[in-house]
Write a protein that binds this ligand. Structure first.
Ligand code: UGA
Length: 452
């Protein structure tokens, strides 16, 4: 939808949790004309947000928060009770981190459900509690039980599942231009009100029952992870066969049934969603007695992808100890400062453990990266060219655009040896070759300058 397409009458919405999903969803709801109050129990965070300071880097988010706050459509508070009193719909967007065994930790969801129950009174009228966080199937039923158990007799509520499909790095765009909006409700009254929330979004609404909506989210993320692992497994075959995984992806991706999206071979998937959600779905399926062995293989391929890449670097450099290695990219993907489950961080740690002198650069994740790499002897540079000075190999670990358009001749001149390992297939191989590099990538032939 286009910005500025407003509702005739906005609704009063509360969002509990100002993490990635909560903050961006709340802001986009305000952007389309709803009146939104974002609640967080972290006072410092709320104070910073009120001052316009962002807890995360996300393109376009800051401007949108500032303009909606000044338009009076968006506010931040620690007061959950007032938010529940004032808002018709309460979205839960708190973290659902993994337990050691892969099962999902639902204690934040349970805690917030109890707080909502405490705040509800029968005189408030009808309220909808919406689960936005990624949760295992049947969580909604439990949220309803908790609220009914702990609230005053006679409160009138429904629980709805409305999973979010935004990607970090393009969250605002994804929220305003969704492929579809999934609403899972077991009551028509709740469904009708939820459809009003999404009236300004020009997207098809998938109206389903509560359990199906919860499953759609886990199944979608696991399927995308499966696509990535599939192309990564194909990339290993391509390397052995002398084929080119990019051409294979293009050829299969033109079949509409397959599509080219999420078929980029690389170092594997990371981030706060896919690793956790694949594990979570494996666990849920097992609990339900319908194990998804397929997803275990998805995880195995993902881990193997980094190991294979490390093996190729070792083969080239022989011993890593005391080798100066430059790494471009620390974030788990481009356009974010998020380093959670970042494959780049895992790679850097492994190189350090093997005694390499690692110098890393990331356009946005220098600070978060330094925290994630605390205790490791790694230098974090604030300039991508300084990072490669005297390096014996350059590794591209995150798919930032500026790495793809780097001045490779300058990079080559600064380095000690002309070896480039592109873990994301974003550098133009011929350009690397012309700059004098030996170019290694994923699922493609190594390009070597001809000696004459
Ligand atoms: C993912 C989903 O794409 C969103 O739809 C979902 O809402 C979100 O999880 C979530 O559950 O909250 P996100 O983790 O932000 O979004 O990022 P993606 O763009 O999906 O990338 C995930 C990982 O896969 C990254 O490490 C990326 O480098 C990798 N990837 C992605 C590939 O290796 N190849 C690809 O073709 C695409």
């Amino acid at each position: 939808m286009s910005r500025g397409q407003f509702l005739i009458r906005g609704m009063n919405l509360a969002i509990i949790g100002t993490g990635y999903v909560g903050l961006t969803t709340g802001t986009c709801f305000a952007e389309v004309g709803h009146k939104v109050v974002c609640v967080d129990n972290n006072e410092d965070k709320v104070k910073s947000l009120r001052q316009g300071k962002m807890p995360i880097y996300e393109p376009d988010l800051e401007d949108m928060i500032v303009s909606n706050v000044s338009a009076g459509r968006l506010e931040f508070t620690t007061n959950l009770k007032d938010a529940v009193r004032d808002c018709e719909i309460i979205f839960i967007a708190v973290p659902t981190p993994p337990h050691e065994d892969g099962s999902v930790d639902l204690s934040y969801i349970e805690g917030v459900s109890r707080e909502i129950a405490d705040a509800l009174t029968p005189d408030m009228g009808y309220r909808i509690v919406v689960d936005k966080s990624t949760v295992p199937v049947s969580t909604g039923v439990k949220v309803l039980q908790v609220i009914e158990r702990y609230s005053h007799k006679g409160v009138d509520i429904d629980v709805v599942s409305n999973p979010e499909f935004l990607r970090e790095g393009s969250a605002v765009y994804d929220l305003l231009n969704p492929d579809r909006i999934v609403i899972g409700a077991d009551s028509q009254r709740a469904m009708d009100m939820m459809k009003r929330v999404y009236q300004p979004f020009n997207a098809p609404i998938v109206e389903v029952d509560l359990a199906s909506a919860e499953l759609i989210k886990h199944a979608a993320n696991s399927f995308l992870a499966l696509k990535i692992s599939y192309i990564n497994a194909v990339s290993a075959v391509c390397e052995k066969a002398g084929a080119d995984v990019e051409l294979v992806a293009m050829g299969i991706g033109m079949d509409k049934r397959i599509s080219r999206h999420f078929l980029n071979a690389g170092l594997g998937y990371g981030g706060s969603c896919f690793p956790k959600d694949v594990k979570g779905f494996i666990n849920v399926a097992e609990q339900l007695g319908a194990p998804m062995e397929l997803l275990k293989e998805v995880e195995r391929v993902n881990t193997a992808q980094l190991e294979r890449f490390l093996g190729r670097i070792r083969k080239k450099l022989w011993v890593l100890r005391n080798k100066k290695i430059a790494v471009w990219g620390i974030a788990f993907k481009q356009n974010t400062d998020d380093v959670r489950e970042s494959v780049a961080v895992k790679l850097i740690k492994r190189l350090c453990e093997e005694g390499a002198e690692v110098c890393a650069y990331d356009p946005k994740a220098a600070e978060t990266g330094a925290a994630a790499l605390a205790g490791y002897d790694v230098t974090i540079c604030d300039d991508m060219y300084e990072c490669v000075r005297d390096a014996e190999v350059l590794i591209v670990a995150t798919e930032w655009k500026q790495f793809a358009t780097a001045n490779l001749v300058k990079v080559r001149e600064l380095m000690r040896l002309p070896i480039l390992f592109d873990g994301r297939n974003i550098i133009h191989g011929e350009n690397a070759l012309h700059a004098g590099f030996e170019y290694h990538s994923i699922g493609r032939k190594t390009l070597r300058p001809t000696e004459d």
